[in-house]
Design a protein around this ligand. Structure first.
Ligand code: F6R
Length: 264
């Protein structure tokens, strides 16, 4: 794993945008997370679109997950969240911004169709991820099957309480979601996980330095050969080998780009 430690959330967003931009300029498919963590990244991509001609025309984007039972235009649906906070503010073609259909009366079929859709476009190149305080990625909660494809998941009580802040009452948080599975996420060419704030420190330490275990679903990323984790100092504060991660970045060979490939 590349572990990049930054002083501030703004710098996390800058570094993440540098990585996403590589794939966008190549016209490759991107995977998007919702939640508060990637908002700085999306703001920075919008700025680069307006000021530096970064164009999203002609590329596809796939959301990681969607609540079951929220209509697409609901304020808290991920379909709407990603449009309001990112894709409608750049030149993405709206029909190329995809998310699972959380209103399908047969959500397991919607999950299978979504998985197929990702496969049909040739897979996701860079997949933006946040991490839950309990180590979930997408909505793959502890005890998730490590090789699963897009599927229906029951949200953990911790996630319900973490996400209650977005709804007017905790009872309104949907109890189920369709999420890309851990196996689907592992198929992305380059998972890019962002975390800021002390509340994520334990999850980051468990993911990077703990055992590979379904108890910390994010630890499945240990199996991937091109993962980048960008964290601010508070989120990095529980990492035991932090000096090595800093050294790894400062000793990075000049020829190696942030995507792990030789720079052109
Ligand atoms: C969002 C998602 C979740 C969030 C995670 C962190 O699409 O799949 O895994 O990334 O819950 O959420 P925030 O960033 O709000 O702390």
């Amino acid at each position: 794993m590349d572990i990049l430690i930054r002083d501030t959330p703004d710098q996390v967003a800058q570094t993440a945008a540098d990585i996403v931009e590589i794939y966008v300029r190549r016209g490759q498919t991107i995977g998007l997370a919702t939640g508060s963590t990637p908002l700085g990244l999306y703001r920075e991509l919008i700025r680069r679109h307006r000021e530096e001609h970064l164009s999203f025309a002609g590329i596809d984007a796939f959301c990681l997950d969607e609540y079951i039972g929220l209509p697409a235009d609901h304020e808290q649906s991920y379909h709407r969240f990603i449009r309001d906070n990112f894709t409608s503010q750049v030149d993405f073609a709206d029909e190329r911004v995809h998310s699972p259909d959380g209103m399908d009366p047969r959500p397991w079929v919607a999950a299978e169709l979504y998985e197929k859709h990702i496969r049909d476009v040739g897979g996701i190149s860079v997949q933006v991820l946040g991490v839950g305080t309990n180590g979930h990625i997408g909505f793959n909660e502890p005890a998730s099957p490590l090789r699963a494809r897009t599927r229906v998941e029951t949200l953990h009580q911790q996630t319900l309480s973490d996400n209650a802040r977005f709804f007017s009452s905790p009872e309104e948080v949907p109890t189920h979601a369709i999420t890309q599975g851990l196996g689907t996420i592992l198929d992305a060419r380059h998972p890019l996980l962002l975390a800021t704030g002390e509340g994520k420190a334990n999850a980051i330490a468990a993911m990077v330095e703990g055992p590979l275990s379904a108890s910390c679903p994010a630890s499945v990323l240990q199996l991937h050969d091109q993962v980048t984790v960008v964290v601010d100092k508070p989120a990095a504060s529980q990492l035991a080998d932090i000096d090595y991660y800093r050294h790894m970045e400062s000793a990075r060979p000049e020829w190696m780009g942030l995507d792990g490939l030789p720079v052109d």
